[in-house]
Design a protein around this ligand. Structure first.
Ligand code: BTN
Length: 266
């Protein structure tokens, strides 16, 4: 159980986490918050406060990138979404995802003294295995971003056996790495503080602060990777990300190609 009142009372939060909604069980926090945001957009008045967070103990239809299932059992991790309305061109919404991944890596590394890394575009890894994914979903009307829902899922307290049974060999949980169960309250509070700080940077147009941090954690840059995009594998050296968040890969024949979707293998 998380004491949301305690977090909401924090004087250090500016936007993200000033309002937190808690649900024992939802389909998907992204989906529920998206619907709330759509309903608020139709209503007069203040609607939904920017930075509202929806956290659930379990998701029965948690979703990942490329429409994959995100397994979210009760009490085993942090499954939450944040409602944001930044003035951002739609092609720059990747910055919201990058900000989410950076905030996770930074918080976890500072709390536990470990070395999380980021795998393009949105996975946070420890010892090469994924414990966190970030999914941003947006509503764009007439080329204008109306709102974004930033969803973060962190595997915290699953045992090795639970991970093996439900997630497969590329996943892990922080408990497995740290050899002890985690205090979700403390981590959630620290996460929201970090996110709130980075979101302020985003609103101030300090995109480079987010991008520099992202590159710092993206230790795969400069190494050989394979990306499977449109069912085709492409191998080469990951050079950088472009201005819209695409990954630039120098292929074996020396040409450079930028990919905007796909799965990366390190
Ligand atoms: C991915 O790695 O593919 C992204 C996973 C994102 C999971 C989170 S959990 C909270 C929010 N609600 C969802 O249904 N998905 C995101």
């Amino acid at each position: 159980m998380i004491d949301i009142q305690k977090i909401m009372a924090s004087p250090d939060l500016r936007r993200i986490g000033k309002v937190i909604l808690y649900r024992p069980s939802v389909t998907s926090t992204n989906r529920v918050l998206f619907k709330m945001a759509e309903a608020a957009a139709l209503q007069e008045g203040d609607g939904l406060a920017e930075g509202t967070v929806l956290i659930a103990e379990e998701q029965v239809a948690g979703r990942g990138r490329l429409n994959r299932v995100w397994v979210s059992p009760r009490g085993k991790g942090l499954w939450f979404s944040v409602y944001l309305c930044p003035e951002l061109p739609p092609e720059k919404t990747f910055l919201i995802t990058f900000m989410g991944a950076v905030a996770v890596a930074e918080t976890v590394n500072a709390e536990f003294g470990i070395h999380s890394t980021i795998k393009w575009p949105n996975d946070v890894l420890i010892q090469g295995r994924k414990y966190c994914g970030v999914l941003t979903e947006t509503r764009v009307i007439e080329r204008k971003l109306q709102f974004a829902i930033l969803g973060i899922g962190m595997n915290l307290n699953q045992t090795e056996q639970e991970i093996t049974e439900s997630y497969g060999p590329i996943a892990t949980s922080l408990r497995i790495v740290l050899h002890r169960p985690l205090d979700m309250q403390r981590l959630f509070e620290a996460m929201l503080l970090q996110l709130d700080g980075y979101y302020e940077s985003l609103l101030q147009g300090e995109y480079d602060r987010i991008l520099e941090k992202w590159r710092e954690y993206a230790t795969f840059l400069g190494t050989e990777v394979t990306i499977i995009s449109d069912d085709e594998p492409h191998t080469g050296v990951a050079k950088d990300i472009d201005e819209n968040g695409g990954i630039i890969i120098q292929l074996k024949d020396g040409t450079e190609r930028t990919f905007y979707s796909g799965d990366l293998f390190l």
